[in-house]
Write a protein that binds this ligand. Structure first.
Ligand SMILES: CC(C)(COP(=O)(O)OP(=O)(O)OC[C@H]1O[C@@H](n2cnc3c(N)ncnc32)[C@H](O)[C@@H]1OP(=O)(O)O)[C@@H](O)C(=O)NCCC(=O)NCCS
Length: 328
């Protein structure tokens, strides 16, 4: 069996995949957006490096579209077309890198053997047809909003119990990596390296911080960290709020507000005058979180610079950039 490798950054990953000999496999994280709702942030897929002759309709292919890596369902091989699971427009499939042969979510490993492809194909057609109807989308959103809105808050609060929002320390690394594996698109390996480096330094020298919302059992229900983007090669100055995420059961209880608030306090303590954040323009929950904390929209210049930096790194959505003085 070939050695198991894992990679995360889109550029590094493309290089690794393209250099991988045909027939070898690689675990890949962060390419699952187009397979929602089957896959979610934090899931990993195992990719078998192969050529076009080894792909048929109904397979899930890993493709490169411009600088973006994505996993999509194959619609046809001649002409070469792929689409998202919900069928939001079949398009020319981009450069084929391999076939997805299994999925991993937390401790669960789901093989995707070849005979499943026709079933997946039928399921994809059914989902795409249903999702194409406005009524289905409205019902889905209404059910989702109903569950995570006010009425369920007392029940969820009871199930989750009291949460403590605090800075994370090296002893929290394991619980953080479990949370990251389930909920974050950055890989646990990347987090271990980034935060390990921070935590390894003397408190006076330390730059950046990680915060978590922990229940009485020590389980994490929310997370965010603050760091510079420079170390990943993005030409953006200052410190940024990164990977803000609250588990669904703990949403709309003020957890994100407390997490970012704690990061602001720590930034101030570290002498960082300003904290920045970049948010997808259609992410209402996140936009309201930063606005509620007094963050202001950044200048057009910084917004464009940030969008250009992320476009070059393979991102496709328009970002709103926020800034706030760290002083209370
Ligand atoms: C964005 C997210 C972190 C917010 O977490 P949260 O703990 O529910 O947020 P809070 O309870 O602190 O609420 C903050 C504000 O957002 C609003 N809000 C929260 N969820 C909302 C939703 N689904 N729709 C509209 N507003 C919402 C709250 O009403 C509150 O605004 P208010 O003070 O004006 O009432 C959470 O929804 C999440 O994890 N989403 C998925 C990951 C993500 O998108 N991360 C952000 C990346 S930048």
């Amino acid at each position: 069996m070939p050695p198991r490798k894992t990679a995360s950054s889109s550029e590094v990953l493309q290089g690794v995949l393209e250099a991988l000999p045909l027939g070898q496999k690689l675990w890949v994280r962060g390419v699952t957006r187009d397979l929602a709702p089957l896959l979610r942030q934090g899931d990993a897929v195992r990719v078998l490096r192969c050529g076009p002759g080894d792909i048929s309709a109904g397979d899930i292919a890993l493709v490169r579209q411009g600088t973006r890596l994505t996993a999509q369902v194959v619609v046809s091989t001649q002409p070469w077309m792929t689409t998202t699971l919900l069928g939001t427009g079949a398009r020319p499939g981009g450069a084929l890198l391999g076939r997805v042969v299994s999925l991993r979510r937390g401790r669960w490993l789901v093989p995707l053997p070849r005979p499943l492809s026709p079933a997946l194909w039928v399921a994809q057609r059914g989902l795409a047809t249903a999702w194409g109807q406005r009524r289905t989308r409205l019902i889905y959103r209404a059910v989702r909003d109903f569950f995570f809105s006010g009425w369920s808050k007392p029940l969820r609060r009871h199930l989750v119990g009291p949460l403590e929002v605090r800075l994370l320390r090296p002893v929290d690394l394991e619980v953080l990596l479990t949370f990251a594996g389930e909920r974050l698109s950055v890989s646990p390996t990347f987090l271990r390296r980034q935060l390990g480096d921070r935590w390894g330094r003397d408190a006076q020298e330390r730059r950046g911080a990680a915060v978590g919302a922990l229940d009485t059992q020590g389980r994490l229900h929310g997370f965010a960290w603050m760091d510079s983007y420079r170390e990943e090669g993005l030409p953006l100055d200052g410190v940024w709020v990164r990977s803000l995420v609250v588990a669904p059961q703990a949403r709309r209880m003020g957890v994100a507000t407390q997490l970012v608030g704690r990061l602001l306090t720590e930034a101030h303590r570290q002498g960082e005058p300003r904290v920045q954040a970049d948010v997808d323009e259609d992410n209402d929950a996140s936009l309201r979180t930063f606005e509620g904390l007094g963050f202001q929209r950044a200048s057009a210049e910084l917004t464009n610079q940030t969008n250009e930096a992320w476009d070059a790194a393979g991102s496709t959505k328009r970002l709103i950039v926020f800034q706030r003085d760290s002083a209370p």
